[in-house]
Ligand binder design. Structure first.
Ligand SMILES: Nc1ncnc2c1ncn2[C@@H]1O[C@H](COP(=O)(O)OP(=O)(O)OP(=O)(O)O)[C@@H](O)[C@H]1O
Ligand SMILES: [Mg+2]
Length: 275
């Protein structure tokens, strides 16, 4: 299983959009894919059509249930990554099938407090330990990271093979990138020497002269960092938000849209790089 994390501490750069498009695109190419929504915002799960009231309800709502309802609920609701990290639940109980070849694990809103919860020694090994118990075989695991550089990201990068960094061209797009690289370098040195940055994916691209200037900047910075920038770029395209509004993936919503074609090209490029 090849584990790919989409990470950037900058918000709104299309981490969620890209990780979901990649997971769906790979599943449509007949690969077996597990996608993990490791962001307490749970945007990916929502886009995937998960009803979070059922899967990750407010604890106050659970308190309102009768004891029988509560027992039924606790036995049937899928586990969240947070509970798996805590060692309370089995990772195999967290898997939710969402489409042909595609399963999802929801991180859980509690991931927002992970830095306060996981403070012990080897706290970066919790997801890796859980993955060893995974019964089902997957070709790819795609992980959507939150913008935070904390214990959840430490866990993800400790188990991941590679990182893809989505970047939106703009005045502040490179801000924070050096810190992210520092974080990745530390994980590489201390907990996961196979980890590498696979590449930078330029997203939300406008066809303007200004955008071209920023893309050049990204390319120069990538060269300095020894990282490639994917040739495929994802154009800014209204179909992305429309698809999310409809809880559909971009290929299902409009396979001929600019974004669907760009994500298809990107996935082809990603798959070709090892050939
Ligand atoms: N190619 C695109 N064209 C138009 N809008 C896009 C595109 N990609 C992403 N968006 C929009 O940009 C916003 C941010 O995207 P997304 O949620 O994927 O970013 P993110 O990096 O996951 O954000 P966060 O840091 O909050 O997790 C969303 O409203 C999404 O619909
Ligand atoms: Mg996101």
């Amino acid at each position: 299983m090849r584990i790919v994390a989409f990470s950037n501490q900058k918000g709104g750069v299309a981490k969620t959009t890209s990780s979901y498009a990649m997971a769906v695109g790979l599943a449509r190419r007949d690969y077996k894919v597990l996608v993990i929504d490791a962001d307490p915002q749970e945007n990916l799960s929502m886009t995937a059509g998960i009803d979070l009231n059922d899967v990750d309800p407010d604890p106050e709502d659970i308190d309102k249930l009768t004891p029988e309802q509560r027992r039924y609920f606790l036995e049937n609701v899928p586990a969240k990554l947070f509970e798996v990290m805590k060692g309370e639940k089995d990772i195999n109980k967290a898997i939710i099938p969402i489409a042909d070849n595609l399963d999802l694990i929801v991180g859980g809103i509690d991931l927002a407090s992970a830095d306060m919860t996981f403070t012990g020694i080897k706290r970066e090994q919790l997801i890796k330990k859980a993955f060893k118990k995974l019964k089902k075989d997957y070709d790819f695991c795609i992980i959507d990271c939150s913008p935070a550089l904390g214990v959840v990201l430490m866990n993800i990068l400790t188990v991941a093979d590679e990182v893809i960094i989505p970047l939106e061209p703009g005045a502040y797009s490179l801000q924070g990138l050096s810190r992210l690289y520092g974080f990745i370098d530390d994980i590489h040195d201390y907990t996961n020497d196979k980890l590498k940055v696979n590449g930078i994916l330029v997203t939300k691209v406008r066809n303007t002269a200004n955008s071209k200037i920023w893309i050049n900047d990204i390319q120069e910075k990538a060269e300095l960092l020894g990282t490639k920038v994917y040739k495929s770029r994802i154009r800014l395209n209204v179909s992305v938000e429309e698809a999310q509004t409809m809880n559909m993936d971009i290929f299902q919503y409009s396979g001929s849209s600019a974004a669907a074609r760009d994500y298809d090209d990107f996935i082809d490029e990603f798959l070709e790089e090892d050939e």
